[in-house]
Design a protein around this ligand. Structure first.
Ligand code: FE2
Length: 254
């Protein structure tokens, strides 16, 4: 979830023109800084103190988050199957490969997703958007990549939602992705977007990525080969962990 009601309204409600102007100024300078003025909440979303020296990495891992209280289950990847009834919305299949810079598959990788429902509402206590919750949709899923580095989720296409960044700000439809790595300290987080979304042009989070080619790598492609007949629409989104074609993750320039 992006910064929303949990941080309250910013003191000055920017309008879209100011956001566009500030975005252009910052993007011209290269990598987005951790404090990205057009994205008002960015100042609250990064550490303010220097990194804490870790003297015993193994001890840290013993106390850190793990994959979950249980092993990954056979239905964890299907977000439409977590309740007794069917969730409302457009059923989609989202699949792709996680690879390194050489195109080598990253197998056995824990991929987690979370998202709003079809109406643009998160099943989260902090979400006060006046859109309906869906009793048959929680919006969290996970899976492990196969030997070819492939992941696959069945879910509902999320709706756009308003947020308090600036006047009439709406987030484009997106799915949050987390890749665990081999330890929590390697965790990477990013967002996947949908092709043809008119809101991408106005979103300061998406536009914080300065390079157009890098932004395009955050947008999934409709892929009829992934569509399941009479069941779901398919979207393909590959994730590259590093190198010149790397997917952009949520780690701004220090
Ligand atoms: Fe979100």
């Amino acid at each position: 979830m992006a910064v929303r009601q949990q941080y309250g309204k910013p003191p000055d409600r920017l309008d879209q023109h100011v956001v566009d102007t500030e975005t252009a100024d910052v993007r011209a300078s290269g990598q987005p800084p951790r404090d990205f003025p057009p994205y008002v909440g960015s100042r609250l979303r990064h550490p303010r103190r220097p990194p804490f020296p870790v003297r015993d990495p193994e001890a840290v891992e013993l106390r850190g988050p793990v994959f979950g209280a249980t092993d990954v289950g056979p239905l964890d990847h299907d977000l439409t199957a977590h309740h007794r009834g069917e969730p409302l919305g457009e059923r989609i299949t989202v699949s792709g490969r996680i690879v390194d810079r050489g195109g080598r598959p990253v197998a056995g990788q824990l991929a987690e997703i979370w998202q709003a429902n079809a109406a643009g509402r998160y099943a989260h206590q902090l979400d006060r958007h006046r859109a309906p919750l869906d009793p048959h949709f929680t919006g969290f899923g996970r899976c492990l990549t196969d030997a070819d580095g492939r992941y696959s989720f069945t879910t509902i296409k999320p709706g756009a939602y308003p947020w308090q960044n600036h006047e009439n700000a709406w987030r484009p439809a997106h799915i949050h992705f987390s890749l665990f790595g081999t330890a929590f300290t390697q965790r990477l987080i990013t967002q996947m977007y949908f092709p043809g979304d008119p809101l991408l042009t106005y979103d300061p989070i998406f536009l914080a990525v300065p390079d157009e080619a890098a932004r395009s790598r955050l947008v999934a492609a409709y892929d009829p080969r992934l569509s399941v007949p009479d069941w779901s629409l398919g979207y393909r989104w590959d994730i590259v962990l590093d190198g010149p074609s790397a997917t952009t993750f949520e780690e701004g320039e220090r």
